[in-house]
Design a binder for this molecule. Sequence first.
Ligand code: GLY
Length: 357
Amino acid sequence: MKELEIISGKPYRIYIDNNLDKLSTVLEENKINSKMKCFLITDDKVYKLHKDVIEKLKKSLNMELYYFKNGEESKDFHTIEGIYSFLIENNCNRNSLLIALGGGVVGDLVGFVASTFMRGIKYVNIPTTLLSQVDSSVGGKVGYNFKGIKNIIGSFHNPEFVYIGTNFLKTLEKKQFIDGLGEIVKYSLIRDDGMLAYLKENYKGILERENDKLLYLVKGCLKIKKDIIEQDYEDLGIRNILNFGHTVGHGLEITSKENLSHGEAVALGSLVAIRLSEDILKLPKRIYNEVEEVLKKLNLPIKHKVDNYKLFMYAINHDKKNDDSIKFVLLSKIGEPKIKMEVTKEQLYHAIKDSIG
Ligand code: GLY
């Protein structure tokens, strides 16, 4: 098992393994035992898929179970109210612990509840999707969507620990697995540590979800994320590089009416950002072809027609990561992202046409 210590805000550890065999030892190490009242919160899909894990935890902990409907539509205040009510009805107190078991929606909602219930209680995160294992479970960002704006309400609240079992990834649907790969390609571009070449050479094993490949990717991404959030936990500067590909990605995700997953949209957004980087930062043209080839190998999209350009621009301009103008994270080289690069609407229009359009 590999461990990473995150020193930003309240420090915590990430445990990374294929399986959950060492979870009971980790719980003990973190002084979580049957004397503590625990609340495992998940969604109906994860509940059905991983009943065995939940039953095992139930035997060793004093644990109540709550689950809500799977999906991004559940990431709202209605679900949060349901969790608050359940916690109150079951006498959750300031010494209780929440356990998030699931993807990014579960982790973000449970983290938000933990940050607000009785002014803050403890939680642990056991992410089950590739996207949440490589990104959202680490960094302390928790929250929910409101009035159609993603993650507009939220806070920072670190877990007691994050336990990653890559075996969870074996039961993901293909689209959901590929969703996470889009975010991994982003990591391979913002840091030059050989991950892009690794993706190119090992794509078959990755798509077959071989253990060593999964562990390599999860550890690799989290090492990058650790380094970034330790410099800028509150997302006031350098952490913004994690949004590479996300400005256009966000607009595509909204206008595609859920045909594109987050990771697919980020992959397309990365191509547009690379095209803009050629124009604005003189990024060598060969990078585009290299990234396009990797995306194809990983079954990620490389073309997408923006159906409703007006709505797309509206979504981009209302992205909370932007001020008045459209600001992008661009690349001067692989591993050298530059934040807050101003892009005109015309430059963006041409870049889309010359890349994914
Ligand atoms: N997922 C972007 C961040 O954690 O800042």
